[in-house]
Write a protein that binds this ligand. Structure first.
Ligand code: ZN
Length: 163
C-alpha cells in the first residue's frame, strides 16, 4: 500500500460524520457508513473481502472517481447536495438523512453482478452508472451498452434470435 492510501486510511478512521453539508464542502465517506454497508453485505452472505479491515484498505486505495464514466465523487456530491439535481433519494436542503444519501458517495459495483463483493469483483461507480447498469449487465456488457444503447440492444436481440 502506498503512502497516499495510508493517509486516506487514517483519515477514514478518524473522520467525523457531518450531516449538514452547507455551504458545500466535500465530505469523503465516513468509516461509520463503510462499516454499515460492509456489515449489511456480510449479513446477506455477499461479502468476499473477508473482513472489514480488508474492505477499508481496498476502499482507501481506490481513486474516488467512477469506474465507468470517470466522474469524480466530489462532483456528483456537489450536484446532489447543493440541490442542483433533485430526487427523493438525494439529500434535501443539504441534509443527509436515512434513505436520502444516494449520490453523495460513489457506490460499490460488482463487475459480475452474480459474484461476491470482493477485491477482484468490485469497482467504485457513481449513482448514475450504478442505477443504469443495475444487476442487468456485467462490466463488459455495460461498457458496450453505454457506448451505443440502441446498437447494443439490437445486436443482442439478433444474436438471441439466431440461437
Ligand atoms: Zn459514472
Amino acid at each position: 500500500m502506498n503512502l497516499l492510501a495510508l493517509v486516506e486510511f487514517a483519515r477514514l478512521i478518524t473522520h467525523n460524520y457531518t450531516v449538514i453539508m452547507k455551504p458545500f464542502i466535500y465530505h469523503p465517506k465516513p468509516i461509520s457508513k463503510l462499516r454499515e454497508n460492509y456489515n449489511r453485505r456480510r449479513r446477506e452472505g455477499k461479502d468476499g473481502f473477508g473482513s472489514l479491515n480488508e474492505f477499508i484498505m481496498w476502499y482507501s486505495a481506490q481513486d474516488k472517481k467512477c469506474h465507468y464514466c470517470e466522474i469524480e465523487e466530489k462532483t456528483v456530491q456537489e450536484l446532489v447536495c447543493s440541490g442542483y439535481l433533485v430526487s427523493k433519494r438525494f439529500p434535501s436542503d443539504h441534509r443527509l438523512t436515512r434513505g436520502r444519501s444516494r449520490g453523495v458517495w460513489l457506490e460499490l459495483d460488482r463487475k459480475n453482478p452474480l459474484g461476491l463483493y470482493s477485491e477482484e469483483n468490485c469497482v467504485l461507480c457513481c449513482y448514475f452508472c450504478n442505477n443504469d447498469k443495475s444487476d442487468i449487465f456485467t462490466e463488459e456488457e455495460y461498457r458496450s451498452f453505454r457506448n451505443n444503447r440502441d446498437t447494443y440492444l439490437n445486436e443482442l436481440l439478433e444474436r438471441k434470435r439466431q440461437k
